[in-house]
Design a binder for this molecule. Structure first.
Ligand code: UDP
Length: 479
């Protein structure tokens, strides 16, 4: 059997205060015809990284809604996860091609894991490329299969995509975070754009009184009365932790007592983490202002919560990014963010709310310094990001989208009043850049090649018009 993650059940009623009773009632309405539906989510790690974060929160709530939801893991040795990390990097555009031995390691492990999937389900959702080939080697059975890709696959390394693409064949649907992430030659009959979301009630995001947050940080060695900037991320070159250190050094020239916390988790499926960790350690040597923490030394959800709450500025200097849950997590706590203009980050830091988008070490330093020198403006900026998160990036919206997807894949009719979720399925009016469902009367229109396209906002409309072919891939895929 594939290993099952023991996720328990959580009551949705707990979300009343953060998302409102109306949203909860609509979720129950969407779930009613799906009671008893057997849904399996499969990924490669139970902790460390956004996918594990989402599943840890989502699966218990799907159960509370009456679905029979399971979360299982594929397993593999370090060699396998080195290959899958290379595939991950290749899908995000990195150069090195897969050697025949690496391809063989991926296939052998996929076959082994496929044999371990013994139970039957109505819906199987496979997350990211690590377990992608399960369907090919297991066979579809009675289930409908969806591939949920969380990374930016807009310009994959062609050799890596050529290798993986045959394993996408057979999926009933593919789900991406942004319209612009859809790769060329995607052989699936339907495609959905569904952005991820954060759990406002998880230990990482729930309200933490400032005095408790201070005690938590001071206990692990942070000087809470000195200025603090933090990046919370896997130790991954795409998250540019070395760039964060360079940027911190530039700011420190002006703010000598500045501290930098680099908080990183070591995911099971990310063996590169240790290489990066050593590079960071080396770069930080001799500077007592740099604190390096990992989940392996006990820095976990509550500590991350405290860092995101108490830091003067949270940095997320990603070069490539799927979504960057950490940005919404931070904005939810009203802390300003300085972040790389990559992937799903601009979706969260939009219209000048919540923080600044940056494109270089210098710009990152400049914006961070400005926020440190303007605490009142920084507080206001941080607070301005929270509403956007409430509106778009909370878990209940994500679950609503997924329930709608399950229903449509399973052929179950749902009664909805059209307000149940902001994101739409194929055929509904929606913004093809960010995936948001639209009210036709309020949407912005772009005319392109004698067709009308609808958008939630001017930035999405502009993004589409700058590169229409990229976004039209989604339409072409849906036929
Ligand atoms: N995270 C954590 N501890 C760490 C580093 C990261 O709990 O030391 C969490 C972080 O809070 C977020 C997730 O891991 O919930 C990372 O998700 P994101 O989408 O930002 O990036 P990914 O790792 O999926 O690329």
């Amino acid at each position: 059997m594939l290993e099952t993650v023991d996720a328990g059940v959580q009551s949705l009623s707990r979300y009343d205060a953060s998302v409102g009773a109306g949203a909860l009632a609509r979720l129950h309405e969407l779930a009613a015809p799906l009671r008893g539906l057997r849904v399996l989510h499969v990924n490669a790690t139970p902790y460390g990284g956004g996918v594990a974060e989402i599943l840890r929160s989502e699966v218990p709530l799907l159960r509370d809604l009456g679905l029979v939801a399971d979360w299982k893991l594929i397993t593999g040795d370090e060699a396998f996860f080195r290959v899958t990390k290379k595939i991950h990097n290749g899908l995000q555009g990195a150069e090195p091609a897969l050697t025949p031995e690496e391809q063989e390691a991926y296939l052998t492990n996929s076959i082994r894991n496929a044999k371990l999937l013994e139970e039957s389900y109505d819906i199987v959702v496979v997350h990211d490329p690590q377990p992608l080939a399960l369907l090919h080697f297991h066979g579809k059975g009675q289930a409908r299969w969806a591939w949920r890709c969380h990374i930016d696959t807009s310009e994959p390394n062609p050799q890596v995509w050529d290798f993986l693409q045959p394993f996408v064949v057979g999926y009933d649907a593919a789900v991406f975070t942004l319209g612009g992430f859809v790769p060329e030659r995607l052989p699936v009959p339907r495609l959905e754009i569904i952005p991820p979301a954060i759990d406002p009630e998880s230990p990482k995001n729930l309200d933490l009184p400032p005095e408790i947050a201070q005690r938590v940080l001071s206990w692990i060695g942070v000087e809470v009365d000195k200025p603090l900037v933090t990046q919370v991320s896997r130790f991954d070159p795409w998250k540019d932790p070395l760039g964060v250190i360079e940027s911190y050094r530039l700011v420190k020239r002006e703010v000598p007592d500045l501290q930098l916390a680099l908080v990183g988790s070591m995911a099971l499926d990310d063996p590169e983490g240790w290489d990066m960790y050593r590079q960071i350690q080396e770069a930080a040597t001799g500077d007592p202002g740099i604190h390096l923490f990992t989940n392996l030394t006990g820095v976990s959800n509550v500590e991350v919560n405290a860092f995101q709450r108490l830091s003067d500025v949270v940095i997320q200097k990603s070069i490539r990014e799927g979504f960057g849950l950490v940005v919404s997590e931070t904005l939810w706590k009203r802390t300003p963010v300085v972040a790389g203009d990559a992937g799903g980050i601009p979706l969260q830091l939009r219209d000048g709310a919540g923080g600044f988008l940056v494109h270089s070490v210098e710009e990152c330093a400049e914006r961070t310094l400005w926020l440190l020198r303007h605490p009142e403006e920084a507080r206001e900026l941080g607070a301005s990001g929270k509403e956007r998160v409430r509106e778009r990036f909370l878990l209940t919206r994500l679950i609503a989208d997924e329930l709608r997807l399950y229903a449509s894949l399973a052929g179950v009719a749902q009664h909805t009043d059209g307000r149940a979720a902001l994101v739409g399925l194929t055929g509904e009016p929606r913004d093809m850049v960010c995936g948001m469902r639209l009210d036709r009367a309020k949407a912005l229109i772009a005319d392109y090649e004698a067709e009308e396209f609808l958008f939630c906002s001017e930035p999405c409309r502009r993004q589409f018009l700058a590169e229409p072919a990229r976004f039209l891939r989604a339409v072409a895929t849906q036929g």
